[in-house]
Design a protein. Structure first.
Length: 268
């Protein structure tokens, strides 16, 4: 099922789309299933971020402009704003995969669906594609983080799949927090330190963010937007098909805290 609607995006201004998406779900009377939400613009991003202070969106724009400035010497010659916007969209993505339960998106209490256009203003299509499913199992993976950084949760995920006795299907992992994310990445001793160093360099903990949180919390909102909060992968013969030499990492940006990963296993 594909639904399209038109929205207007101002230049570098975040637009909260949570209510817009849930209205579509209510109108179509969708109860449970997977949903792909996409902003049909090559220079926009679609992300999950803090819902309490709209100035968070301005901070995301500032960080992305700093790390990917609008320059005149890009090889693509449409316009400097278009060129840098396409890179930002590639970095974060202009789509989300979300789980629907009881007619609502599975989001954390502090999360909102937000679109930001980097080459606006423009009218764009909001595309929502839904696969209805009533064959699923739910589980929760608890993570007690000790510090900022990456925590390997691969074994816990595999154990949960074994406990649910799933032979074939898909696993959807979702982090319902606005200062933590989840990544699929290589199993390497140096990867954790390198990733943390890179994210800290891109988004330092400073006191002058526009939205008023502690430096760690404010930076965590932006890092979560860049890193992402969900994974979707196939299960075959009881095994997670995540690729050779790959591990699943929970990313903590404002710990230590007790955290959780919500897991939905779609079965045939």
């Amino acid at each position: 099922m594909l639904i399209e609607t038109e929205i207007f995006l101002e230049s570098k201004k975040g637009l909260k789309l949570t209510e817009e998406v849930e209205k579509v779900l209510q109108k179509e009377k969708i109860t449970n299933g997977l949903m792909w939400v996409r902003v049909n613009s090559p220079t926009a991003i679609l992300t999950l971020t803090n819902t309490f202070d709209d100035r968070t969106y301005d901070d995301i724009v500032d960080v992305m402009d700093k790390n990917c400035p609008t320059l005149v010497q890009y090889e693509t010659k449409i316009s400097p704003f278009d060129s840098s916007g396409r890179i930002k969209s590639s970095m974060v993505g202009n789509h989300l995969t979300l789980w629907i339960e009881n007619g609502k998106c599975m989001l954390g209490s502090s999360q909102a669906i937000v679109a930001i256009e980097f080459d606006g203003p423009k009218k764009v299509k909001l595309e929502i594609e839904i696969v209805v499913s009533n064959h699923f199992e739910k589980d929760v993976i608890k993570v007690d983080t000790q510090q900022h950084g990456l925590h390997d949760v691969t074994d816990e995920i595999k154990h949960a799949i074994e406990q649910n006795k799933v032979d074939s299907g898909f696993a959807y992992l979702f982090v319902p927090h606005s200062t933590s994310g989840i990544w699929l990445a290589e199993d390497s001793e140096g990867f954790i330190d390198l990733t943390k160093s890179l994210l800290d360099r891109m988004v330092p903990e400073i006191a002058n963010f526009k939205h008023r949180e502690t430096p760690s919390d404010a930076a965590g909102h932006i890092k979560t937007s860049l890193a992402g909060t969900y994974l979707l992968f196939k299960i075959d013969e009881g095994k997670c098909l995540i690729g050779e030499n790959k591990r699943i990492y929970f990313m903590e940006f404002d710990g230590p805290r007790p955290r959780k990963i919500q897991m939905v296993i779609l079965t045939k």
